[in-house]
Design a protein around this ligand. Structure first.
Ligand SMILES: Nc1ncnc2c1ncn2[C@@H]1O[C@H](COP(=O)(O)OP(=O)(O)OP(=O)(O)O)[C@@H](O)[C@H]1O
Ligand SMILES: [Mg+2]
Length: 522
């Protein structure tokens, strides 16, 4: 399972506590090394690892070999058609052809690991090779000789299928990333912040979770190009590269967040709930399944702060935020939507701990009664919500709540279903203050209470727009923003709640019985 607290910006990194605790709780070996070591220990002499990261496979084999023999690390021989034989990564005299390498292994008297790169080609092409691999199986069994074929594609001929273990490497876990970073930084002869360099490495490894080792390598090189002296201030460069790599998929978007809970006006019930859940979330490894925070569903009137709240959750929980684009999934550009959705959910588990945001979830998840692909996706989603990795907190947002199936809203799937309504007058004042302050306008002298007479039924987004227009007007005229600027804009604005009166009362009526109001009162 993935590691503990993840950091999503350098300020979060600085705020993060518990590095020391996390360190002492680290397992002795990475998930990948453990998997391979266990295969070796179970006495299976032949394995096939599908991975395009050959160097990673080599690292994993070397590490898995360190504990197999009491006398010391097990030697690792590597063979490829282009480079011939290498031992401990140095070229040695040895067999060149696929047939010769199999003979070499069969004749080899001592315990060793043999890593055969891209051996699927010889297997595919030659019956003789396939026959010899079967001999190899007998020659290696019970002799502490392990043969590992690695290839980016899976090709296992029928004759040898029963003798070979097929393995796939999942993305590197925290520990594997940590070891890799340590080596990369040493090799690059880069300097790392004096003081607690381990803490910096931990921050980096957490930030890079979800990437392959090769990708983590690009990210670290980008950070080094920015500054050869690595410290918390290198994190933004690292995260920028991660953002590019993750976003390349087109379905998952990494969203760097800086929104604090304090930048959300109102919604006190939601905020209180989140603060309590943060505590539980941080204790997740010691909690029973029922009280483990799983996620929330937020529905409500457009422009009232759903997306904003999701960002605030991520920063409040000190977790990175990933947004899943349901429309992209359904576009068909990435393959069959059902498969893409399942794959996306699985990938996200590798990124845990994190906040996973399904925006406009009603676009993809409609009733299972409808059957077909959507129904299957919905059924999958419900099960997945129950079983997913502990460190994933799902934040789903929806506007068209009536499209969501009843099972989705039923208690137990999400921890809570919140309804985000139009802000009350007192909340509007808070929102005005937040947006004025953000634009360096001091609202101390403004009578915001009076202003709310003109903003009845406004959304948070409309308040923000009003502030932006007022600031623009004042800047154009080269003067300070006044309360009058806000009022003159307010009287002219026709709020969404007036033009969409019916839809809004429909949403409200619907949510009344089914959701908890995100703000108290009314
Ligand atoms: N409660 C709030 N406090 C502060 N700002 C707010 C609030 N609600 C909305 N805003 C402002 O309005 C903008 C739009 O809000 P947001 O994107 O969160 O709305 P939403 O509920 O997700 O709407 P949609 O349904 O259209 O996605 C925010 O970026 C923020 O600047
Ligand atoms: Mg939104």
């Amino acid at each position: 399972m993935a590691s503990e607290t993840t950091l999503s910006s350098s300020s979060e990194a600085m705020r993060s506590a518990g590095v020391a605790e996390a360190r002492s709780a680290l397992p002795a070996e990475s998930r990948a090394v453990k998997m391979v070591r266990e295969v070796f220990e179970s006495g299976r002499p032949l394995s096939y690892i599908r991975s395009s990261e050959e160097q990673r496979v080599a690292r994993v084999l070397t590490d898995a070999g360190t504990k197999l023999l009491a006398s010391g690390p097990m030697p690792v021989w590597t063979w490829s058609l282009t480079e011939g034989m290498r031992k401990a990564n140095r070229p040695v005299e040895g067999p060149q052809t696929p047939r010769a390498v199999l003979d070499f292994i069969i004749a080899h008297p001592d315990a060793a690991i043999f890593h055969l790169k891209d051996f699927h080609e010889p297997l595919r092409e030659s019956a003789e090779i396939r026959r010899r691999v079967r001999d190899l199986y007998d020659a290696c069994r019970d002799r502490q000789k392990f043969v590992v074929i690695s290839s980016a594609v899976r090709f296992i001929p029928e004759e040898i299928e029963r003798s070979i273990v097929f393995l796939e490497l999942r993305p590197p876990d925290f520990l594997e990333l940590l070891d890799y970073l340590r080596d990369e930084i040493r090799e690059a002869r880069a300097q790392i912040a004096a003081g607690d360099s381990e803490a910096v490495l931990h921050q980096f490894a957490r930030a890079l979770q979800g990437l392959t080792l090769d990708e983590a390598g690009y990210a670290i090189r980008r950070a080094l190009a920015f500054n050869r002296h690595l410290g918390s201030e290198s994190l933004p460069a690292l995260l920028e590269e991660k953002k590019l790599l993750i976003n390349r998929s087109g379905v998952i978007e990494y969203i760097p967040v800086t929104t604090e809970l304090g930048e959300v006006g109102g919604l006190e019930t939601l905020k209180r709930w989140l603060t309590q859940r943060r505590k539980l979330f941080q204790m997740r490894d010691s909690l029973t399944e029922e009280i483990m925070p799983k996620g929330i569903l937020m529905m409500g009137i457009p422009g009232c702060g759903k997306s904003l709240s999701v960002k605030a959750i991520a920063s409040h929980f000190q977790l990175p935020l990933y947004r899943v684009d349901m429309i992209e999934i359904f576009s068909g550009r990435h393959g069959k939507p059902e498969g893409v959705f399942v794959e996306t959910c699985r990938t996200m588990e590798e990124m845990a701990p994190a906040v996973l945001w399904f925006d406009e979830i009603e676009m993809g998840i409609t009733s299972s009664e409808s059957g077909g692909e959507q129904g299957r996706m919905f059924a999958f989603f419900l099960t997945w919500m129950q079983e997913k990795a502990r460190g994933l907190f799902v934040a789903a947002t929806a506007n068209r709540i009536d499209l969501l199936p009843a099972e989705m809203i039923r208690k137990g799937r999400f921890d809570e279903v919140f309804f985000v309504d139009l802000p009350l007058a007192s909340e509007q004042i808070e929102i005005f203050k937040i947006h004025l302050n953000r634009r360096a306008v001091d609202p101390a002298g403004f009578d915001l209470q009076q202003l709310t007479q003109f903003t009845n039924g406004w959304t948070g987004a409309e308040i923000e727009q009003c502030v932006i227009s007022a600031v623009t007007q004042a800047r154009l005229e080269d003067r300070q923003v006044t309360e009058q600027d806000l009022i003159s804009i307010a009287v002219k604005l026709v709020p969404l709640s007036r033009t969409m009166k019916e839809q809004i009362s429909h949403i409200r009526a619907w949510a009344f019985e089914r959701a908890v109001r995100a703000s108290p009162g009314r």
